[in-house]
Ligand binder design. Sequence first.
Ligand code: SAM
Length: 206
Amino acid sequence: MDAKVLNSALEWVERQTHLCTKQARMLSNGDQGCLLQAFSLMVKPLHILELGAFTGYSTICLSRGLQEGGSIDTIEVYDELEDIIRGGFRRAGLIDVAGREDIAHLHIGDAKKIIPTLDKIYDIVYIDANKREYKEYYDLVFDKIRPGGYILADNVLWSGKVLLDNPPKDAQTQSIIAFNKMVAADPRVENTILPIRDGINVIYKL
Ligand SMILES: C[S@@+](CC[C@H](N)C(=O)[O-])C[C@H]1O[C@@H](n2cnc3c(N)ncnc32)[C@H](O)[C@@H]1O
């Protein structure tokens, strides 16, 4: 994908996100966006799945290293975001490109219901939706990832709360702690947590 076209689309998405939404802090911009782009360029994926598009910023970053003929499926439950998401995809050349099938496929709805309907095998799955549901997402996507493929799970340090001796008892903190423990104990994968922004668990399927 053309870096200049993607960067100009990312600028547009970032601006629209600040203008039109109240939770711009959810954007995977800055260092994290650069990491997603670099990771995609290293893996050169054919198919990517993203859970939690928000305004599509990370979708565009992840698309950077897609192979010719590749695609990215992204799932977002909040349908009011659709116009910004599609506007960014058009600017990035991921949809509505003459003579070419769409590269990005937006699915509006609950990831838990949509994942079982997808029939591709993915090289990268980016988990960034409801923090209380990471374990369920992991189980649902696992068999849809090729051996040698990756899961990237965002926010696994949860502002450092998961590292406290007495972590808060709220559902999100507890779910992320349980998710990190489950991944670390899963013999089917190797993983490492990168302390970039809110922490990204890089999980390699053996
Ligand atoms: C942290 S934001 C995603 C940020 C985005 N990946 C980015 O980097 O710009 C999480 C998103 O997940 C969505 N979400 C939450 N639960 C979901 C679910 N069960 N299925 C699909 N999307 C969900 C939220 O509406 C929100 O837009």
